[in-house]
Design a protein around this ligand. Structure first.
Ligand SMILES: [Zn+2]
Length: 204
């Protein structure tokens, strides 16, 4: 009886430790990058993370942007853990604040073919100029990452809305409307890049 309840208590502690926001079991270092992850299988994705980061950093430099000297990537253990760490909906791939990038479990992103574009997208956010409106920051991040290439060409339904309303839609995080808002932001950002080049678009 006693032994079984102890074992139970032990299991509960491990579970809590895994779920606690910011908890991590493993850490890896690569140049300016520190990567922490909870699921040991994520180790197999580290090389892909490093490669995506290096390419992104090089391409950002070519645009006159520089990622911070030190960046931390924190991979969650599972979707609910990601939501707890970020306050984001569970279907969002990653979220960046300053030099800290929080992502879904790396193997989950890789299985869906999203790992390299997610790293590139978030790398852009770490290096973007201060003061960009939200729609432009997201649109440029999705243009830079290559995510826009697989967007459907169908109307977004948001063609007529002002940029400020697009910002509000992106801030709202309504999972049923978020995709259209990201897509519309990307169309507008890409249009700006075509008209003014990256340098012009970044000087918004
Ligand atoms: Zn973003």
């Amino acid at each position: 009886m006693r032994r079984s309840s102890l074992r139970h208590a032990g299991a509960a502690l491990v579970w809590l430790a895994l779920l606690a926001p910011g908890a991590h079991a493993f850490q890896a270092q690569y140049g300016p990058l520190t990567v922490t992850y909870v699921d040991p299988r994520d180790r197999q994705q580290l090389a892909a993370v490093y490669k995506a980061w290096e390419t992104a950093a090089r391409d950002l430099k070519a645009l006159g942007l520089a990622p911070p000297a030190k960046v931390r990537i924190e991979a969650a253990g599972h979707a609910a853990d990601f939501a707890a760490r970020t306050g984001e909906p569970v279907n969002i791939a990653a979220s960046t604040r300053g030099a800290v990038i929080r992502t879904q479990r790396l193997s989950a992103l890789a299985a869906r073919g999203l790992l390299p574009t997610t790293i590139r997208h978030e790398a852009f956010h770490t290096a973007q100029p201060a003061g960009l409106p939200r729609w432009l920051a997201e649109g440029l991040a999705r243009t830079f990452s290559g995510e826009a290439k697989t967007d459907p060409r169908t109307p977004t339904g948001l063609e007529g809305v002002p940029d400020s309303r697009l910002d509000a839609e992106l801030l709202n995080r309504d999972p049923t409307r978020l995709n259209a808002a990201y897509r519309e932001a990307t169309i507008r950002a890409a249009r700006l890049v075509r008209a003014r080049g990256w340098t012009g678009a970044l000087k918004w």
